[in-house]
Design a protein around this ligand. Structure first.
Ligand SMILES: Cc1cc2nc3c(=O)[nH]c(=O)nc-3n(C[C@H](O)[C@H](O)[C@H](O)COP(=O)(O)OP(=O)(O)OC[C@H]3O[C@@H](n4cnc5c(N)ncnc54)[C@H](O)[C@@H]3O)c2cc1C
Length: 466
């Protein structure tokens, strides 16, 4: 299957450089060797030019570290890069990993390249890299969208109001972008000496050699990499997927996919996930419809938000005006409980089940969606001002969740404050922003959830660290 034209953008009009040694692919968003549209385009171009492909990755280290990333995130990323390096070698594609910004690595290696292929993410830092590369690299640059089902600008040319406004737009395009992607045969293997880089054969050693924030430890619950992502997807679809439609709101039911860390790090393609879910023998029509709503509509609503709102991490820009107004009107309402960051992180609040959910997040890097909503709404309730609540929810979200620092992180934290939502009945502190009471936990088997979290936390503490 050819790559859909809407996924491909020329970032400049520079010609192909005839004396280049390879086609260069900067792997940044799509950290995988399979079902990777940008990589397959690079292979296709290289075959056409009788050249090999060289893929590269820029690892941000030390004072240049990726904003808010810590050992938990880097361990997952490096496990994934070890998979990539192994699989690319099998395919005959070169791979260079360097401690530098992605833009620096691409600009340096592009000096010997014929053309440069980029994948595509929507965070501000990623857009800055693309702009930097576009200014400094004097060769043809092509960008390929592979980490959403419907390319963001094809789905909509503006910031969408809510899921209900994006849903019909996505539906219109969906079948045009749900195609399998075959792996092209590499005609010219990258055999020459590879440009200098660091060895990722032992990801634990690579992690130990980095200068980074180690105050948040790697987790055992999720091992990074495309191999693990595939294994989890297949196991999930063969078993727990059945019942997703009815059970996805129950954290104790083990009904969800846990794909979010793998999607965040680009270790699996959302197109591949949707195609596999559609084919799954286990899921009912309702399970499939509900899953598609989350992986495509909700996830791509987040991409739409960060793409069209420049300062998506700021309260003033991310939270809609009606919600800021009502929250400001209630900013002086007395708070029954107030907690600082330390008390929240340690799970020392008066709310037992909130503390349990916080333990899951802190110790294992994940929390079920239903509890994330409850968790975030309570932080709003327990903070001195909505601005303070917004900033600390984002800070904790991005620090402890493996899937943090994602378009989904910024969008869902803003959802707590009214984004993509509508006014509800007026309440103290919340004004007309949707409130979530302790009663919402009655819908779940909280005791079973607590027992599951206890087991998960014990497993994290057993034996030497991962
Ligand atoms: C306060 C708050 C913070 C959140 N922070 C993050 C975050 O940092 N990173 C993150 O990826 N998600 C975040 N979410 C969204 C959602 O909770 C997670 O994506 C989901 O719980 C991941 O688990 P799963 O992969 O098992 O989901 P599944 O139910 O199996 O869904 C499959 C995929 O669909 C997407 N999805 C599911 N629910 C949502 C949703 N509500 N919005 C957008 N996409 C969704 C995810 O990509 C997910 O992996 C947050 C939600 C809230 C309310």
């Amino acid at each position: 299957m050819r790559i859909e034209a809407e996924r491909i953008r020329m970032l400049n009009e520079a010609p192909i450089r005839p004396d280049g040694r390879y086609v260069l692919y900067l792997m940044q968003q799509s950290c995988r060797s399979r079902f990777n549209h940008a990589l397959e385009l690079a292979v296709e171009e290289a075959n056409h030019l009788n050249l090999p492909v060289l893929a590269c990755f820029g690892l941000l280290d030390g004072s240049n570290g990726f904003p808010e990333a810590n050992a938990r995130h880097y361990a997952f990323l490096l496990d994934g890069l070890a998979d990539v390096s192994r699989r690319l070698a099998e395919r005959g594609i070169g791979f260079v990993l360097r401690k530098a910004s992605p833009a620096e690595v691409a600009i340096d290696l592009s000096r010997q390249a014929t053309m440069l292929v980029l994948d595509r993410g929507y965070l501000a830092i990623q857009k800055r890299w693309y702009a930097e590369i576009g200014t400094a690299a004097a060769l043809r640059i092509v960008q390929v969208e592979g980490d959403v089902v419907v390319p963001v600008e094809s789905a909509s040319g503006k910031h969408e109001h809510a899921a209900r406004t994006l849903r019909p737009r996505i539906a219109r395009w969906l079948d045009d972008f749900l195609h399998p992607l075959s792996e092209g045969r590499v005609r010219h293997r990258f055999d020459g000496p590879a440009p200098k880089g660091i060895d990722i054969g032992d990801p634990a050693a690579a992690l130990a050699a980095m200068t980074l924030d180690r105050s948040v430890a790697p987790v055992r619950r999720f091992r990074g990499g495309e191999v693990e992502a595939q294994h989890r997807l297949q196991t999930y679809l063969a078993q727990e997927f059945h019942g997703y439609g009815t059970n996805r709101g129950r954290p104790e039911a083990a009904a969800v996919s846990h794909m979010s860390p793998y999607l965040h790090f680009g270790q699996i393609s959302p197109v591949e996930i949707v195609l596999a879910a559609r084919e799954a023998a286990t899921g009912s029509t309702d399970d499939k419809r509900a899953f598609l709503e989350e992986v495509v509509v909700r996830r791509e609503l987040s991409m739409n938000h960060v793409h069209y709102i420049e300062h998506y991490d700021s309260y003033e820009q991310a939270v809609p005006a009606w919600a800021r107004k009502t929250l400001a009107e209630h900013a002086g309402d007395p708070r029954g409980h107030r907690y600082d960051d330390d008390a929240l992180v340690a799970g020392r609040t008066h709310d037992h089940y909130w503390n349990v959910a916080m333990a899951e997040m802190r110790e294992t890097g994940y929390m079920h969606n239903h509890l994330r909503m409850y968790w975030g709404k309570k932080i709003l309730e327990w903070s001195a001002t909505p601005e303070e609540g917004f900033a600390r929810t984002l800070r904790l979200n991005n620090r402890y969740f493996l899937d943090g620092r994602d378009p989904n992180s910024f969008t869902n934290v803003a959802w707590i404050y009214g984004l993509h939502d509508r006014p509800w009945a007026r309440r103290p502190i919340f004004g007309t922003v949707r409130y979530q009471s302790e009663n919402s936990l009655r819908k779940i088997d909280a005791k079973a959830y607590e027992a599951a979290v206890r087991r998960l936390c014990e497993a994290e503490r057993a034996g030497p660290s991962p």
